[in-house]
Write a protein that binds this ligand. Structure first.
Ligand code: ITT
Length: 197
């Protein structure tokens, strides 16, 4: 199996860590820094899917290197799917995960329906084509922040069937069940079934 070389089109170091842990060693995954990309990635499409494709196309067009972008978000039922595409900056700028979680918890105060899901859309540019893979995990928003692992909204998300938040689990547990893990399994299956690996 020859190595599949891809640039990860993300400025989020936690995503890079998770993707590198989840994909097998047959993938050679470079960071934007490794590829010499210093520009901000554009994210102006207003949807998670649109932004994933936009980030991947931007890196492809500026480097000519095949790449993989990840756009993700937390969708809360009782907030009509918010924060969704605005997850990174839900409580404004400068970006603060703590303030984002505090806002969500205050919006859900005394709310019975705490159902939510995390979604990831991966956009892959490979051999001149753009492919997309989606992963989703359902769960509930906890009453308060718990745990220090992971990033973003991990301290307030409890996946269905679990007692711990993502931030209380060790990274391996999150990486076997997360939205990102599910999307990456599809990507892996794509390479296996197309014998591209
Ligand atoms: P890039 O665009 O550079 O990839 P980003 O952090 O801005 O990095 P997104 O635009 O996809 O990424 O924003 C997604 C936000 O959703 C992210 O900043 C977190 O707040 C949240 N998020 C995504 N995946 C998450 C996860 O696995 N655990 C917790 N929060 C997550």
């Amino acid at each position: 199996m020859h190595k599949i070389s891809l640039v990860l089109a993300t400025n989020n170091p936690y995503k890079v860590l998770e993707i590198r842990k989840i994909l097998p060693k047959s993938f050679d995954l470079k960071s934007l820094k490794d590829a010499g990309v210093t520009a901000e990635l554009p994210e102006t499409k207003g949807t998670i899917k649109g932004n994933a494709v936009q980030k991947a196309m931007f890196v492809w067009e500026s480097t000519g290197i095949e790449c993989l972008a990840d756009d993700s978000g937390l969708e809360i039922e009782n907030l009509n799917g918010r924060p969704g595409v605005d997850s990174a900056f839900y409580s404004g700028f400068p970006i603060s995960a703590e303030r984002n979680m505090d806002l969500v918890l205050s919006e859900l105060k005394e709310t019975e329906n705490r159902r939510a899901s995390f979604v990831t859309i991966l956009a892959l540019i490979y051999q001149g084509e753009c492919y997309q893979f989606e992963g989703r995990i359902f769960g509930v928003i906890s009453e308060e922040k718990r745990g220090n692992n992971g990033f973003g909204y991990d301290p307030i998300f409890i996946p269905d069937g679990q007692l711990l938040t993502f931030a209380e689990m060790d990274e391996n547990a999150k990486n076997t069940m997360s939205h990102r893990a599910k999307a990456l399994q599809k990507l892996k299956g794509f390479f296996e079934s197309n014998r591209l690996s």
